[in-house]
Ligand binder design. Structure first.
Ligand code: MN
Length: 246
């Protein structure tokens, strides 16, 4: 059974090369997201020849207040990156003060992606679902780009709007355990679902999550949508193929 972890910070685990090997051995299609463009060269170098792991070029909204100037470096690497993330907005209490600067940075990301095309973006939208969708809708018009909303916690109407825009959702284990997360997961059609861990920032059975643990997300999704786990796994794999078809 092939698995999909579309959002994992592999470079933040103690042994980065070993966890790449683990993804390969376990056949987990893994997107190694980054939080700063300074991490791109090593992530790209270690993954570009792999079968199951790819790197994404990121500029995390939570780092923008301190490191927003790195967007210039992000722009230099953008032409060589097929996958983009982690990018987006974060209006939670700790980060809302930098929201204007975050919008400037995310706007530059979207403009570059719109110009280059053929990108797949994994997008953070904490307490900013509406603003993120507004920016994506108005600035990411190039139809060859694909959007995956990572750990989406917005409203039901925002989720419907995202579906209408053709976006996908990557769901993690935490989302399947909260009442609000479950409502979102239940409302999403199975052909827009992808799985993720957001490791090592999430935990499972009181240890940091690893990409192979997406199997627990699959079990939850299978339960919610009343299908067999194997069936959900092939659906998610098919969705990955679809999202990569630019
Ligand atoms: Mn993340």
């Amino acid at each position: 059974m092939d698995l999909v972890d579309l959002h994992c910070h592999l470079d933040l685990y103690p042994d980065f090369p070993a966890i790449i090997d683990e993804c390969e051995a376990n056949r987990v299609y893994t997107l190694a997201v980054t939080t700063t463009p300074l991490a791109w060269p090593r992530n790209h170098e270690l993954t570009k020849e792999k079968k199951f792991v790819r790197a994404a070029l990121g500029m995390h909204p939570q780092l923008v207040a301190d490191r927003g100037a790195e967007i210039a470096q992000w722009e230099r690497y953008a032409p060589e990156a097929r996958y983009i993330g982690e990018v987006g907005l974060d209006a939670s209490r700790a980060h809302k003060n930098s929201i204007k600067q975050q919008k400037d940075v995310f706007g530059r990301v979207l403009d570059v992606c719109d110009e280059l095309g053929g990108k797949m973006l994994t997008v953070h939208s904490v307490r900013s679902g509406g603003a993120v969708l507004d920016m994506l809708e108005s600035r990411l018009c190039n139809a060859t780009n694909r959007v995956v909303l990572h750990w989406f916690t917005g409203t039901a109407s925002e989720a419907r709007r995202a579906l209408d825009l053709g976006y996908y959702f990557s769901v993690n284990y935490e989302m399947t355990r909260t009442a609000s997360g479950k409502r979102i997961v239940q409302a999403l059609p199975v052909d827009r679902l992808l799985t993720e861990t957001d490791g090592p920032f999430t935990s499972i059975h009181e240890r940091p999550t690893r990409p192979i643990d997406v199997v627990f997300v699959l079990q939850q999704l299978a339960h919610v949508h009343d299908v067999k786990v194997e069936e959900m796994a092939s659906q998610v794999k098919a969705n990955l193929t679809a999202v990569l078809k630019a």
